[in-house]
Design a binder for this molecule. Structure first.
Ligand code: UDX
Length: 438
């Protein structure tokens, strides 16, 4: 099959590369010349484990190309995927669909063959119908179908998620469009991946409902963690105890500093806005958004408390600033709230992150940066783990205790068992572990 992927951002690039690995002929269309030059030189502009190798192999074997010319690329395409960005609009939180609609217009103006136009970008309910209207207005006689095919890729494990998905969702309006999508995903048949075929609006809603549900699960366990801290109890064991109930499931029950990233914050907000617009308020998700927002500052207070109620003049070592491990993504990372708040409270910050790099340095300009955990700890008055990178999971705690000025160890991801931390002579503050004395 010939597949064209418009937009070689995170979702577009991962999807395009993986489709080419399925054996399809893929052209990724990217307008940003900087990005295009990098891609053509075989460089991956984002950090995603396994992507560069896959991109190299499929380019070498002639299945994957990059172009900035939409018009010539879409000639004879069996499927044209729209995978451009849908950022949250400043001010009102609605998904900004400018790029999606501009792309639809450009496709409409360039369309010559019978094809399906598939939306991969996360778009609010009703967007695919609007895309259809835009293209029809450009080319009233064009034979085309619109399909909604949301993605469920996690940063850091996107290749695995694409190649071994729990399900593939396609919203279609005809059997012909369904047949094309079955062909696109045919290589997954071997694994008997369920293909959930729905109408357009249902597919659009599945994406938002999935992300909002996962964000709710995280926020739920975070509040249970708060309760455990007051009443006694261990949130990790509570999560295990409820997660083994197959109706609940154990995933996305790790208490921590609140969810961040490119999807959950944006998609929960967009769902809330859609609910308000259509008079079906999503009150649970509204609360999730508010609780998660507040949680980041709660974490700052937790750190300040661990430091004896005052961080003025103290130096705090921060390990991990990206919103989660195995990504260089800083979008809505809890560190972006916690670190500036600590600085406002008078602390100085020495941070380190395996991949946070240039973006993190720009966004957290008030912090000093070092290359490893021990250099961060050296002479600091407290050490705080915000993101659970592998590099921070096996620290020599005795060495950390020796390097620190005072033995304050704050583990916001519950990586370390209390006994180990205490045995190393450190005072532990973590999440959702209360202690009741008789
Ligand atoms: C998410 C969805 O998982 C994916 O299906 C969707 O398409 C895009 O959004 P991603 O944002 O890459 O993927 O990361 P994910 O692993 O889901 O984590 C999101 C946030 O939740 C992170 O900040 C993470 O630290 C936090 N999280 C996750 C928790 O705090 N606890 C958990 O148990 C799981």
């Amino acid at each position: 099959m010939k597949i064209v992927m418009i937009g070689a951002g995170y979702v577009g690039l991962v999807s395009g590369v993986c489709f080419s690995d399925f054996g399809h002929q893929v052209i990724c269309v990217e307008k940003d010349q900087n990005k295009l030059a990098k891609l053509r030189a075989g460089k991956v502009p984002i950090f995603e484990p396994g992507l560069e190798m896959l991109m190299e192999r499929n380019t070498r074997e002639g299945r994957l190309r990059f172009s900035d010319d939409l018009k010539s690329s879409i000639v004879d395409a069996d499927a044209i995927f729209i995978a451009v960005g849908t950022p949250a609009r400043r001010g009102d939180g609605f998904a900004d669909l400018t790029f999606v609609y501009d792309t639809a217009r450009e496709i409409g103006e360039s369309l010559t063959t019978d094809t399906v136009i598939v939306t991969k970008s996360t778009v609010p309910v009703g967007t695919n119908r609007e895309i259809k209207r835009i293209i029809t207005a450009c080319k009233p006689k064009a034979a085309f179908e619109v399909v909604s095919n949301p993605e469920f890729l996690r940063e850091g494990s996107a290749i695995e998620d694409f190649m071994r998905p729990d399900r593939v969702v396609v919203g279609v309006e005809s059997e012909a469009a369904e047949a094309v999508m079955r062909n696109v995903y045919r290589p997954l048949n071997l694994r008997e991946t369920p293909l959930v075929v729905t109408d357009l609006e249902t597919a659009e809603t599945i994406k938002y409902a999935a992300n909002a549900f996962l964000a709710t699960k995280i926020t739920f366990i975070n509040e249970i963690a708060d309760l455990c801290e007051k009443t006694g109890g261990d949130v990790q064991q509570v999560a295990k105890g409820i997660g083994l109930d197959s109706r609940i499931g154990g995933k996305f029950l790790h208490a921590g500093p609140g969810y961040g990233g490119s999807c959950f914050p944006k998609d929960t907000l967009a769902l809330v806005q859609t609910g308000q617009r259509y008079g079906a308020p999503q009150r649970i998700v509204e609360t999730v958004v508010a609780v998660n927002d507040a949680r980041k500052s709660d974490m700052t207070r937790k750190i300040i408390d661990a430091c004896g109620g005052n961080v003025s003049g103290k130096r705090i070592a921060v390990l991990g600033v990206t919103f989660k491990p195995n990504t260089d993504d800083m979008r809505d990372a809890p560190s972006l709230v916690i670190i500036p708040e600590l600085i406002s409270a008078g602390a100085s910050i020495t941070a380190c992150d395996p991949e946070g790099g240039a973006e993190a340095r720009k966004l957290l300009a008030g912090a000093d940066w070092v290359d490893d955990a021990y250099s961060a700890a050296d002479g600091a008055d407290a050490l705080v783990i915000i993101t659970e990178w592998n590099a921070f999971r096996g620290l020599d705690l005795s060495k950390v205790a020796e390097l620190l000025n005072s033995p304050v160890f704050v583990d916001l991801r519950n990586i370390y068992p209390a006994e180990e931390v205490v045995a190393a002579g450190l005072t532990l503050t973590n999440v959702g572990k209360g202690h009741v004395k008789d």
